[in-house]
Design a protein around this ligand. Structure first.
Ligand SMILES: Nc1ncnc2c1ncn2[C@@H]1O[C@H](COP(=O)(O)OP(=O)(O)OP(=O)(O)O)[C@@H](O)[C@H]1O
Length: 713
């Protein structure tokens, strides 16, 4: 009895529930039908299909037939699927990607070489050989009518402008710009996409790029290609090869998209610090353009004409409110920023300008732009605004309250135009950044006032602010408000004497630890991914005694360098035997050879001749010639073999005030190709055998000791 009552009540509850749902479903369907009848709304699936068709319509003519066919099939499938099913979502997303891609839509390319030259000059100082190569490339594009089929690779140490040159090329060619970094990338799916069957599947970077830029011929900058990871599932290098190779990429197959896409019109530019690390099949297909680094003089120009200008604008400071003297800039370059690139220099300049901004604000200056000119300011966008912003936000190591205030000031008032933060970015190739090309290091007062004369509507601010009233409206985009009335605001001068107030004390650099090298110490030249640098080889005597001849090595030397030291020991012994047969130094002395700095791992054979010289200097108790540096691999018989990184090493030598360099003869061609300003003031010798190095290194002492080395090697 009880049981039948319970059963009855359960049956009733279920019936009520079912009929309620049926009722709701019925009413919903009726509502939809009525709305459809009235033309108020189409159902979800129809609306979706209509949306996709509408998106496809403008591209239909240019869209390849096989893609159109897939889209049609998928649209039919969409109608048949239940809207709540997971497959419906997969199909919808797939259609979304398929219809969003810029099938066959290309932006008009600009092959105007003069315009390209202007743009490249506007964005970068110097780099004439690099610019020339780019212009040649554009010229060929003009003659052929297309620039397809080339992969450029810009290689060089960090901060020499590889990424920003990439951007300039996009601007010069009028192509859209997209950048993504493959540093550490180990998953092939990042490039080729995931198969649609996986939950959360996405297409690869290239398809994302095309969707973002909206044209099928952008310039794609692939950053850090030398740091490509090694994948556990699939090899990213092979996937990149398929992407980059002009023979294959006309039919690039993304796993997600599953229809071939034509990437043959995409211009690929890669960047790398060391080309040796790029997988060979990739390197084979690239046209490598090397950027070696800058000498002091070039850095001065870059700082004055480019970095200072963009930073000043980014900080909202007017040219007449600040003066950074030549001497201060030189000090900054020589003692704070000795590396090959200019990124650190840019950071230091930003640091100075932030501090100046704070001082100006404390003095009561307000450079707030009036509403009508703020628009104008937005246009004056640096091509590198992102980099500027990211370093403004992150470079400073001091975290004082003052700095926080400065940051607020900078962010709030002037860095509005910076946008990108991600590793992938899209840039419309915009019109020129406002770089000037003054050859002089300083924009003189007369130039400034000449500029003023050309300005149409000089403001009539009160005479209380000296420089402002003198040169009002100099950059034509800001005006000083009256709120400092009655107060004289002086422009801030940054000179050598007060530079430490802005950037602190200079950092210690180990590249010139000896003013005059002592006995057993010789300067060599090294080449790393950070550019060239000088290094010292130090040799001392540990103990002496009959038959104690031995060599101890320190300084984090790799296997090749250790072997090179052993070879040097043997060569030095042979040289001494030849010069001074009675001298038993090497046979009876335990030597210690060290290469500072001990924390930096070093390897390679190019310090061979430096090691021999260092050991001989100790054995003969003679200094080597002042300000001499050398590089070259030495063989057991004393032959000198060629080395790499001639330009980087020459620049490093100049940075360290070296006067004489010794290079292997086989590197003469590399040296001859260097720009005149890089070679300026250097006495360079090319040698085949160690005997010539001996003569050069111990030159001044030869007469005194009466050595005349017979041919060795
Ligand atoms: N010749 C130059 N003239 C003007 N500005 C330059 C020049 N070279 C570099 N810069 C500036 O230096 C900054 C750093 O350059 P960029 O980011 O392109 O370096 P990079 O070589 O790509 O470095 P990384 O290898 O670390 O990616 C940029 O703001 C760039 O505009």
């Amino acid at each position: 009895m009880e049981i039948s009552k319970i059963q009855e009540s359960i049956a009733k509850a279920i019936e009520e529930k079912i009929s309620g749902e049926q009722r709701r479903y019925l009413l919903n369907e009726q509502l939809k039908a009525i709305k459809k009848e009235l033309g108020l709304e189409t159902d979800d699936k129809t609306a979706l299909s209509a949306k996709f068709r509408e998106r496809l319509e403008p591209k239909r003519q240019k869209c390849p037939p096989h893609v159109l066919q897939v889209i049609e099939e998928e649209l039919t499938k969409l109608q048949l699927l239940e809207a709540s099913s997971s497959e419906f979502n997969v199909t919808r997303n797939y259609l979304d990607w398929l219809t969003a891609l810029p099938w066959g839509s290309y932006s008009d390319e600009n092959f105007d070489v003069h315009r390209a030259q202007k743009i490249l000059d506007e964005d970068h100082y110097g780099l004439s050989d690099v610019k020339e190569r780019i212009l040649e490339f554009i010229a060929v594009g003009k003659l052929r009518g297309t620039s397809q089929g080339k992969i450029l690779c810009l290689s060089g140490p960090p901060g020499v402008g590889k990424t920003s040159i990439g951007r300039s090329i996009a601007r010069a060619l009028d192509r859209k710009f997209y950048r993504f970094s493959v540093g550490g990338l180990a998953d092939v799916a990042e490039i080729k996409g995931h198969r649609r069957t996986y939950i959360g599947a996405m297409p690869g970077k290239m398809v994302q790029c095309l969707k973002n830029v909206g044209t099928a011929n952008p310039l794609v900058l692939i950053d850090e290609i030398d740091k490509l990871g090694r994948g556990h599932a699939g090899d990213p290098a092979s996937a990149l090869l398929e992407l980059l190779d002009p023979e294959q990429n006309a039919n690039f197959l993304d796993h997600y998209l599953d229809v071939p896409i034509d990437l043959s019109k995409v211009l690929f530019v890669c960047t790398a610090n060391v080309i040796e690390m790029i997988p060979n099949p990739l390197l084979d297909r690239m046209e490598v353009i090397a950027l070696a680094g800058y000498i002091t003089d070039e850095k001065m120009h870059i700082a004055r004409d480019y970095l200072e200008k963009t930073t000043r604008e980014a900080c909202g400071i007017k040219p007449d409110q600040v003066e950074v003297t030549d001497a201060a800039l030189l000090e900054l370059i020589e003692n704070y920023c000795r590396e090959s690139g200019v990124r650190n220099l840019q950071k230091q300049i930003e640091k100075i300008y932030r501090k100046i901004a704070l001082r100006l604000v404390r003095q009561g200056v307000s450079n707030e732009p009036s509403p009508d000119v703020s628009v104008q300011q937005g246009v004056v966008e640096s091509t590198d605004s992102s980099d500027t912003e990211s370093s403004i936000g992150s470079s400073d190591t001091e975290s004082s309250t003052a700095d926080c205030q400065i940051k607020t000031f900078v962010d709030g008032s002037s860095c509005k135009d910076a946008t990108e933060t991600d590793s992938a970015e899209v840039l419309e190739a915009t019109e020129p950044a406002s770089h000037e090309h003054a050859n002089d290091l300083v924009t003189t007062e007369s130039e400034q006032s000449a500029n003023n004369d050309m300005l149409p509507n000089p403001s009539s601010d009160s005479a209380t602010i000296e420089q402002v009233t003198d040169r009002e409206g100099n950059i034509g985009s800001t005006s000083v408000k009256e709120d400092v009335a009655g107060k004289v605001v002086e422009n801030i001068v940054v000179d050598v004497s007060n530079l430490t107030d802005f950037v602190g004390k200079p950092v210690f650099h180990a590249d010139r630890i000896y003013d005059q090298t002592s006995i057993g110490v010789v300067m060599g030249l090294a080449w790393t991914s950070m550019g060239g640098s000088t290094l010292y080889i130090e040799t001392t005597q540990v103990e002496q005694g009959e038959g104690k001849g031995q060599l101890v090595l320190t300084g984090q030397l790799g296997d090749v360098m250790k072997e090179s030291a052993q070879i040097a020991h043997t060569v030095a012994r042979a040289v001494l035997l030849e010069k001074d047969p009675e001298n038993p130094f090497f046979a009876n002395t335990k030597l210690h050879l060290h290469v500072p700095a001990g924390a930096t791992p070093k390897d390679g054979p190019s310090a061979g001749c430096t090691m021999v010289t260092s050991m001989l200097s100790l054995a003969m108790k003679q200094h080597v010639k002042k300000d001499i540096a050398m590089t070259g691999e030495v063989t057991l018989t004393g032959k000198i073999l060629p080395i790499g990184g001639v330009k980087e090493k020459t620049i490093a030598a100049r940075r360290s005030a070296v006067k004489t360099i010794i290079f292997p003869s086989a590197n003469r061609r590399d040296f001859d190709e260097l720009a005149a300003n890089v070679k300026e003031g250097l006495e360079v010798h090319f040698v085949d055998g160690y005997n010539q190095i001996f003569d050069l290194a111990f030159e001044s002492n030869n007469e005194t000791i009466g050595f005349g080395l017979a041919s060795f090697g």
